[in-house]
Design a protein around this ligand. Structure first.
Ligand code: TEU
Ligand code: CA
Length: 532
């Protein structure tokens, strides 16, 4: 497939923005849409092609927007629909596309639909949610647990029934078997498509359909006491069910009413199940998000195996993608260490497939410790002792050395890192060896070399801590060699039988170096070699 045949979401780089933490334009300490618009030039400079915004709809903010109380408006804390239209216009003017985070599995308990549904058992909206009688002994209908700890069922005194919630009890699950629910949600998709969004990231989409008989889930044989309580059972009857695909195909049909719109699915699933969400002919989701590098232990054996298992299982019609961090998981620089964060960024941007970057990872920002009195994410409290709280990976973007790193003129909703005076865009832009400079150079290389967008991927047999592979197009070949260890390593190139020159390395100090016979890498180093 030549680069000019690639679609925008195949050729491009996606950049996830957590709107609450990107840029505050009105001094209330919370990021907003005008703040994002004010930083589109930076994103254009960085060289990304699409922004994915975490939810901006009206919400009581129990789960910071993932509890929606109105699917067709903007929460005033982020701005107005006009601000949204302005942001889309300004993004499109810079050839940056906008991907909207859509939350179909559940609403807020403050959504008018749920307020209606809970009024009475015969309310017209009763069947828009999942209500069920207690068992004869008064216990919940089955043993399903919430992803956020505790039972998935909450008792409603007024109507004397339980309702199901995969997440917080303030996030009641919608009943996707109800055609009225599907019609209402498809209209909400059209509302944003009409406003020019280029695609959706579909939240928690593998939970949409539940077993009609509400059968108990089986115990997880892999469970051990140190794991978080939501891992005690295998979600066999309330996730990843085959009757999902009817609904997802309907969503794709809605997107196909418009030109070239992308559907990303948030899917924490084994590789073989993940592939099913492309659909048998690629007619369901174009981009089932691939979290396997994020979930895998960061060593060469596991990472090599993960890359090749995913590449090997990918259907021929399907386009790969890679995610290394997001707003739900520890940041790369904390999870695998600052030295490896550069190596990971090089992996993410040179593997075949669409990368999704997470804001501030380009600076190498680590998780920021949050004093217990400032903790915002309820998950820290619903699953204590498991580091389940997600605030550390959601702290403000760090723009410059001014107070609060230039994120806000007020008091930020979460603190910035203690070293923000140097760990910020302004400082790193002027440092020829910074993480940001490396990321910027790497993205520029990727954009200029078709071999790095649609070139073929092939593993290069390596051992020890090295991950090596080539990317080849008809007229250009690159070799990537990444050292996932902290000790120096050497890769013999005899078997490859090729030579070339280094075009970029993670420390930005070996450009132009000739490579033949073998290549030596320092600890935590990655290199891109252009082969002769
Ligand atoms: O996350 C879905 C979800 O299940 C995550 O909690 C995931 O299992 C875990 O974080 C993996 O590390 C989505 C959103 O990304 C998350 O922010 C929301 O809290 C959740 O859905 C409910 O909408
Ligand atoms: Ca604000």
């Amino acid at each position: 497939m030549a680069i000019d045949n690639l679609l925008w979401w195949q050729r491009g780089i996606i950049y996830q923005i957590y709107p609450r933490s990107f840029r505050d334009s009105n001094g209330d300490g919370i990021g907003d849409l005008p703040g994002i618009t004010s930083k589109l030039d930076y994103l254009g400079w960085l060289g990304i092609d699409a922004i994915w915004l975490s939810p901006i709809c009206p919400s009581p903010m129990v789960d910071f927007g993932y509890d929606v109380s109105n699917y067709t408006d903007v929460d005033p804390i982020f701005g107005t629909l006009d601000d949204f239209d302005e942001m889309v216009r300004e993004a499109h003017r810079r050839d940056i596309r906008v991907i909207f985070d859509f939350v179909p599995n559940h609403t807020s308990d403050q959504h008018p639909w749920f307020i209606e549904s809970r009024k009475s058992r015969d309310n017209p909206k009763r069947d828009w949610y999942i209500w069920h009688d207690a068992r004869p002994d008064g216990s919940p209908p089955n043993n399903w647990v919430s992803s956020f700890g505790g039972s998935g069922w909450t008792w409603d005194e007024q109507t004397q029934q339980f309702y199901f919630h995969e997440f917080f009890e303030q996030q009641p699950d919608l009943n996707w078997r109800n055609p009225e629910v599907r019609a209402a949600m498809y209209d909400a998709l059209r509302f944003w498509l009409d406003r020019g969004v280029d695609g959706f990231r579909l939240d928690a989409v593998w939970f949409l359909m539940k077993d009609e008989r509400l059968r108990d889930n089986p115990p997880n044989p892999e469970y051990s006491g140190d794991m978080s309580p939501n891992k005690k059972l295998i979600a066999a009857y309330n996730s990843d069910r085959n009757d999902m695909f009817t609904v997802l195909r309907e969503m794709r049909d809605v997107a196909n009413e418009y030109d070239d719109r992308l559907l990303i699915g948030e899917l924490y699933l084994p590789i073989d199940r993940l592939m099913a969400y492309y659909g048998p002919t690629g007619d369901i989701l174009q981009m089932p998000h691939n979290f396997h590098l994020l979930r895998q232990s960061w060593d060469a054996v596991h990472i090599r195996a993960t890359i090749d298992l995913y590449a090997g299982r990918l259907p021929d019609f399907a386009w790969p993608n890679w995610v290394l961090s997001n707003h739900d998981n520890p940041r790369m620089a904390s999870r695998i260490g600052p030295g490896q964060a550069r190596v990971a960024a090089m992996l993410l941007l040179t593997l075949r497939g669409t990368p999704t970057l997470y804001y501030a990872d380009e600076l190498g920002l680590p998780d920021v410790d949050i004093p217990s009195e400032h903790i915002q994410d309820p998950e820290e409290h619903t699953m204590p002792g498991h580091h389940a709280g997600r605030d550390p990976e959601r702290t403000p973007m760090q723009w410059d050395a001014s107070p609060h790193a230039g994120f806000t003129s007020g008091t930020p909703w979460l603190p910035v890192s203690h070293d923000y005076t140097t760990l910020n865009v302004e400082h790193q832009k002027n440092d020829p060896h910074s993480m940001l400079t490396m990321q910027h150079r790497l993205i520029a290389l990727r954009r200029s070399e078709p071999a790095l967008t649609d070139g073929l991927y092939a593993p290069v047999l390596s051992d020890g801590d090295l991950v090596a592979y080539t990317r080849e197009s008809s007229d250009r070949s690159f070799l990537m060699v990444l050292n996932l260890g902290s000790n120096s390593q050497e890769l013999s190139l005899t078997r490859l039988g090729r030579q070339g020159r280094i075009v970029l390395n993670t420390r930005l100090d070996r450009e132009g170096e000739a490579v033949s016979g073998s290549i030596a890498l320092r600890g935590d180093e990655g290199v891109v070699v252009r082969l002769d």
